[in-house]
Design a binder for this molecule. Structure first.
Ligand SMILES: *Cc1c(COP(=O)(O)O)cnc(C)c1O
Length: 379
C-alpha cells in the first residue's frame, strides 16, 4: 500500500508536472514576477469559472479577509458576527482591524454558523456577518442573506475551504460559493482545494465600486501611481503562483469529484457504526454541494484523542479541526461570552476528527483507514 498522506500534493503534481514545469520556467524567463500577464489571465479565468464579476488576487486568504473588511469601510467598534468553530484567521483579522468579533455557535450537522444564533447576537452596532463554508459545504445562505437584508448588514463569505462548491437556494437557483455575499475571500494555501505552491489568496465581488476600492487597497492604497488615497496594504499573488493556479483551475471540478468519491467510500464503510456520525451532505450525490476540503467525523462515546494516537501509530495521519473553540482561545476571550451560548461548538471540539482527504486516495488506503477507525471505536 502507498504511504497514506493527509494531503498528497506530490501525487497531484505528478499529473500536471509537464504543464506546471514549463509554465513556471516561462515565468522565470519572462521576469514578470509580480502583476505579470499570468496573474491577469488567472484572474480572468477564475472570474469566468466562478461567475463573479471581479476577482482580486492577493497574498493569502487571511489578507483577503482583512482587505474585504477594509474595502467595506468597517470601523473600530463595528461588530462582526462569525462562527466560534472555524480557523482563527477569520476572527483574527476582525480583531486586528479593531472591529469587535462576535462569535456565535454552529449547527451540529453542517458544522456551519447557526442562523438562529446570528439573529440572537445582532445589536445596533452589528455591521457584518462572516459565514465560513466550513470543510467545503456552504453555510445556510438563504437564512444568512435574509438576516443581512433585514438588518442592513454586509455578508463576507470566507470561502477558503469551499472553492468550486455551489449553494442551491430554496427558490432553486444555484450560485457558486463566494458569489453570494457582498464580498468573499479565498485561500490558495497548498492544501486547499485549489492550492498553489506557496501562499496565495483572492477576494471576489460582484460590486464594481467595491472592486475598485479593493484594487487600490491591495496596492498601498494607490489608485494613481504614487497617489495614496487610502491606507492600504501590500498583498499580491506572484506570477509563479498564478501560473501554477492556471494549470490547476481546469482540473478543480475533477479534483472536487475525486474528493467526493473518497468521501462516499468513507461514508459507506462507516454505515451502521452507531458511534460514528459521518458528514451530512445537504444534497447527497451532488458533487458541488460539498467539496470536502475536510472529511470530518464525529465520534461519540470514544476517547477522540486516543483514536488520533491509534491512527498515527498505524501510519494514518489525521487532523482535529478544531480542538479549541475560538471563544476559549486566550486571544479572543471576552466577558460577554457565556458558555451556555456555545453548546454545539463545545461538544464538537471533543468529537471531531478529520481523515486523510485529497485527490489521490485509493481504495486500498480507504479500506485500511476505515477498518482501523472502526476497530478502535466499535464497542
Ligand atoms: C486557510 C483558511 C484561511 C486563511 O488562509 P491563508 O491563505 O492560510 O491565510 C482563512 N479562513 C479559513 C476558513 C481557512 O481555512
Amino acid at each position: 500500500m502507498k504511504k497514506i498522506q493527509m494531503v498528497d500534493l506530490k501525487g497531484q503534481y505528478e499529473q500536471i508536472k509537464e504543464r506546471v514545469d514549463s509554465s513556471v520556467l516561462d515565468v522565470i524567463n519572462s521576469s514578470a514576477f509580480i502583476n505579470g500577464p499570468e496573474v491577469h489571465s488567472f484572474q480572468k479565468e477564475l472570474e469566468t469559472y466562478l461567475g463573479v464579476k471581479h476577482v482580486i488576487p492577493c497574498g493569502n486568504g487571511t489578507d483577503a479577509l482583512q482587505i474585504a473588511m477594509m474595502g467595506l469601510g468597517l470601523k473600530p467598534g463595528d461588530e462582526v458576527i462569525t462562527a466560534d468553530f472555524t480557523f482563527a484567521a477569520t476572527v483574527e483579522v476582525i480583531a486586528l482591524l479593531q472591529l469587535t468579533p462576535v462569535l456565535v455557535d454552529v449547527e451540529p450537522d453542517s458544522f456551519n454558523i447557526d442562523p438562529a444564533a446570528i439573529r440572537k447576537a445582532i445589536t445596533p452596532n452589528t455591521k457584518a456577518i462572516v459565514p465560513v463554508h466550513l470543510f467545503g459545504q456552504s453555510a445556510n445562505m438563504d437564512e444568512i442573506m435574509s438576516i443581512a437584508k433585514e438588518h442592513n448588514l454586509y455578508v463576507i463569505e470566507d470561502n477558503a475551504q469551499g472553492i468550486g462548491g455551489e449553494y442551491k437556494f430554496n427558490n432553486g437557483s444555484i450560485t457558486k460559493t463566494g458569489g453570494i455575499g457582498h464580498v468573499a475571500s479565498t485561500s490558495f494555501f497548498p492544501s486547499k482545494n485549489l492550492g498553489c505552491y506557496g501562499d496565495g489568496g483572492a477576494i471576489f465581488t460582484n460590486d464594481d465600486d467595491l472592486a475598485h476600492t479593493i484594487r487600490g487597497i491591495v496596492n498601498h492604497g494607490m489608485y494613481k501611481r504614487y497617489h495614496h488615497d487610502v491606507v492600504g496594504v501590500n498583498s499580491r499573488l506572484d506570477s509563479i503562483q498564478a501560473t501554477i493556479l492556471r494549470a490547476k483551475l481546469p482540473n478543480l471540478d475533477a479534483y472536487n469529484i475525486a474528493r467526493n468519491e473518497a468521501a462516499e467510500k468513507y461514508t459507506k464503510a462507516f454505515e451502521g457504526i452507531d458511534n460514528i456520525i459521518t458528514p451530512k451532505i445537504s444534497k447527497p450525490g451532488d458533487y458541488k454541494a460539498h467539496v470536502f476540503h475536510q472529511y470530518t467525523l464525529r465520534v461519540l462515546d470514544t476517547d477522540r484523542d486516543a483514536l488520533v494516537k491509534h491512527l498515527n501509530a498505524n501510519d494514518i495521519p489525521c487532523g482535529v479541526y478544531y480542538p479549541i473553540p475560538l471563544h476559549s482561545q486566550k486571544a479572543y476571550q471576552d466577558d460577554r461570552y457565556n458558555e451556555a451560548d456555545f453548546p454545539v461548538t463545545n461538544q464538537l471540539v471533543k468529537e471531531v476528527i478529520s481523515l486523510p482527504m485529497h485527490t489521490e486516495l485509493d481504495d486500498e488506503q480507504i479500506g485500511y483507514i476505515t477498518k482501523t477507525v472502526i476497530d478502535f471505536v466499535k464497542k
